[in-house]
Design a protein around this ligand. Structure first.
Ligand code: APR
Length: 309
């Protein structure tokens, strides 16, 4: 039997993600939205790509959660995207209400699912879903690090005129202005970029990466990035469904790792059929540690705003 993946929110990120998953053919997809007709229409359209892409995955769109019952994975993309001039944190109160009610419905019908959060502000929304679902931290985590590192990797590859495939990047911390890029662990064919690029260039690339989402928001004007966020989420889904045990940067609730307890931030983790199977703890320099703690504090501040109690 094929696995089942539900995608909540049939907007830009949700629609693109559902299509990516459906195309692979290893899971049936249920697309949910509050707008009547939107998930149904997109679902039917996606289903009709099957004969072309060679996928037998069933895709349905719905406004109710009954069809999501017994999902293996649920990706939550329902939420408002930011507008030019807004930070991801500005979305907290609006998206909090959406993510809370969505999570309640999701676990009602799929009490053992794995939840991958995509709505922003990412780390706070992941922590909210963890709180509301009462699932263990291995089953509720967020997508942000794959996107942030993909941006970093893109800019490094452009700068050096090399294949993106050979560039691997390390970024820790929250998905926002306080994210912590680690250039000494960012490599091209195994060579740290600190050996290949002057510090000034690295700093410019890091800065562009940190502001990468904002750059796209200011170009689009009416929404935020969705192709790369959807591709990143699809990669996480694949690692879980195929039990690939990839080491990917994920937003995870830390329980003492990195000296941080009780808050969701981005760290490298092993992703397999059980969700987060291991949090990889890197040895950081004092400066990196300080930056990571600062990033965790920024997430804590948002969590306080939500008054999770
Ligand atoms: N239940 C289900 N769907 C909802 C709900 C809800 N309670 N509230 C809103 N939605 C739906 C909207 O109807 C819309 O179709 O979520 C969808 C969001 O889609 P877009 O507006 O296109 O936003 P998108 O670009 O997909 O971003 C979604 O992901 O990357 C983050 O910051 C981004 O938080 C934002 C989220």
């Amino acid at each position: 039997m094929r696995k089942k993946v539900s995608v909540i929110g049939a907007g830009n990120v949700g629609g693109t993600l559902a299509q990516r998953v459906a195309e692979k053919g290893y899971a049936d997809v249920v697309l949910v939205d509050i707008i009547e007709g939107l998930p149904q229409g997109k679902g039917l359209d996606m289903l009709q790509t099957g004969p072309i892409t060679g996928s037998d995955a069933k895709v349905i769109g719905t406004n109710s959660y009954e069809e999501t019952a017994n999902s293996d994975i649920v990706a939550i993309t329902s939420g408002v995207p930011r507008k030019p001039g807004m930070s991801r944190d500005d979305l907290v109160l609006t998206n909090m209400n959406i993510v809370k009610s969505v999570t309640e419905q999701v676990v009602k019908y799929s009490p053992n699912c794995i939840i991958i959060m995509v709505a922003n502000p990412l780390d706070a929304m992941t922590q909210l879903a963890l709180h509301v679902s009462k699932l263990p931290r291995d089953r509720v985590f967020g997508q942000s690090g794959i996107l942030d590192t993909a941006r970093f990797r893109t800019f490094v590859a452009q700068e050096l005129d090399v294949s993106v495939e050979d560039v691997h990047a390390c970024i820790l911390g929250g998905h926002g202005d306080t994210m912590v890029a680690i250039p000494r662990l960012t490599t091209v064919g195994g060579i740290p970029i600190t050996e290949l690029l002057p510090q000034e260039t690295i700093s410019k690339i890091v800065d562009r990466t940190v502001k990468g989402g904002g750059e796209i928001v200011s170009l689009l004007k009416t929404g935020s990035a969705f192709y790369a966020p959807a591709a990143a989420t699809a990669q996480m889904i694949e690692s879980v469904l195929l039990d690939k045990k990839r080491i990917l940067p994920c937003a995870v609730y830390l329980d003492g790792e990195y000296g941080i307890k009780g808050v969701v931030v981005g760290v490298p983790a092993k992703l397999g059929k059980n969700g987060i199977e291991q949090v990889i703890e890197l040895k950081l320099t004092p400066e990196e540690s300080r930056a990571l703690r600062k990033s965790a504090e920024a997430v804590e501040e948002l969590v306080r705003v939500m008054r999770l109690g």
